[in-house]
Design a binder for this molecule. Sequence first.
Ligand code: MOS
Length: 696
Amino acid sequence: MTTVDMRYTGSALDRVEGLEKVTGRARYAFENFPADLVYAVPVQAAIARGEIRAVDVDAVLEHPGVIAAIWYGNAPRLVPSDNADLAVFQSRRVAYRGQYIAVVVAETYEEAKEAARLLRVEYAAEDHDVRLRADHPNMYRPEKVNPNYPTDTEHGDPDTALTVAPVLVDATYSTPAEHNNPMEPHATVAEWDGDALTLYDSTQGASGVRDTVAPLFGVPPANVRVISPHVGGGFGSKGGPSPYVIIAALAARHVGRPVKLAVTRQQMFAVTGYRTPTIQRVRLGANADGRLTAIVHDAFEQSSTITEFAEQTTTPTRIMYAAPHRRTTHRLVRLDVPTPSWMRAPGECPGMFALESAMDELAIACQIDPVELRIRNEPDADPESGLPFSSRNLVACLREGARRFGWADRDPAPGVRRRDRLLIGTGVAASTYPVYRRPSQATAQAHRDGRFTVRIAAADIGTGARTVLTQIAADTLRTSPDQVLVEIGDSALPAASLAGGSMGTASWGTAVVRACEALVEGLDRRDGDLPAAGMESSADTTEEIGAQRRLSRHAFGAQFAEVGVDTDTGETRVLRLLGVFAAGRIINPKTARSQFIGGMTMGLSMALFEESIMDLEFGDYLNRDLAQYHVAACADVRDIEALWVEEDDPHLNPMGTKGIGEIGIVGTAAAVANAVHHATGVRIRDLPIRLDKLMR
Ligand code: MOS
């Protein structure tokens, strides 16, 4: 039920920590310097598969400043857990090239770096297998896909329906491996005091890092404190502790001094996860009027040999369009590659590239406008679960987007609009992202001077979380934002879910509202002045969220793109991007717009640039800096706008929000690829849309 009245929620409040950030006073993980600090530089495996025979520790100990070199042979034993990626230095096995296999600790960063380069490692290399293909003999059906969805679904008789369908689209799409490149690379400072560990870490979830790290070192979670007031982006790559966090803690314990470990941008391409590459076959059967009779979406992906990461590529297809006959599947192969991980809208983003490209192909096959085709296939209820949607405004987004973008007079013919050397085209694609919410705790404290402090171990990874929580607290407390201090980014605060799955505001906001409501009630009941310590109330939303009614909850959107393709060079430029979203109530138009256009920019980047290239010979990703791994820069983004249709959905949470961190990237690449087809008549089914593919 929506209970927060809009006064400050809904207003474009500036970021409450904005001044701190632009004046350089906001402190990030790397900028912590405890006394006696030393530096750790990890060493990466130079083979893709095999064993470490020996490491010549003694030789590097003679180098100036070197304090320790740690590897399997001399590392302290960690308590085994089910996350094999975090079992650093616990085995001689090398599972992928670039895996951290040793660490050198020295008085200065430079000394550690030099010694790490000189560390001699003797390997017994074995043949590796790093090539994803759909017909790989070791493809298997994982038991479930992330975070906990059925691997396959089937309704009706899709095979027969495809055979008899008057119109059939059968196409295979592929998306490359992509690497998150937040502005702030991962870093941690680890400091032990007896059996108590403090980590200054760049993370999307302080509570989660604490709960994962503590058991590995055999200490209770209460002994671990994770501090991360400011985080310079994450996009999923800072969702849980990566091996570097464990190495820093292990090294700090080994040398008995605080240790700083900064992951370099080059190292990030092996050790902090990436978006799995996908191969996706989509088959759509339809009547001549464009009404879908069958949807079949099969995805093939990779994971590493040490951890199963099964991305939920085809789950958006389960909810997007009506069709009586349907099937979705996921198959996975475990290769000698780094473990894939979360990257903005994992699953939905690559999955919707395939589905929304296929819908464009169907529109052309049926000679129906692609906006109209989607509207025609709008379902009344969740097409697979049968559950009602809590709210669904895809059609409103498509219509509003079409109006604003100037879609009405679009000539569907491909390859006919010229402007100087450019071929011009427009494309549309739908967007969606699920609405998640996880239990969190919060406290709210009233001070005698009329001010309030709200505490929750939430994370602001650049999204504006601290600001929107301030607005939500102010409205619930019936005060103004300048009277509210929100403390986040510290696991010593009430436990909170992570900044992931676009569920931060929904999860933390619910806990903040409940704590503030309890405080207001307490204050209303009370006569006379507050005691010196003020008054505090707390909330835990576990029961509330557990009792939530079963409904299909998703945000939707429509993405429109205009491109110009240079007929001499094949270079594609995105001239205009418009996204219209229906994502519940928008708490702060300023930070929301920033999330939406940030996601869309990342989607543009996916469409045209981002591609991690597997070196089959050496067995790892060969481009590993921003010179070789291209991300969209300001000059690539010409005209970009995000709008939203206000949605009043009472079935979500007290704020009525749906989450906006990820939906902006979903569908963008398909909109661009569809526009490229409209411009040139060339259908690119394999991202990114490079000029060589267009000139072929
Ligand atoms: Mo996001 S990929 O769920 O951090």
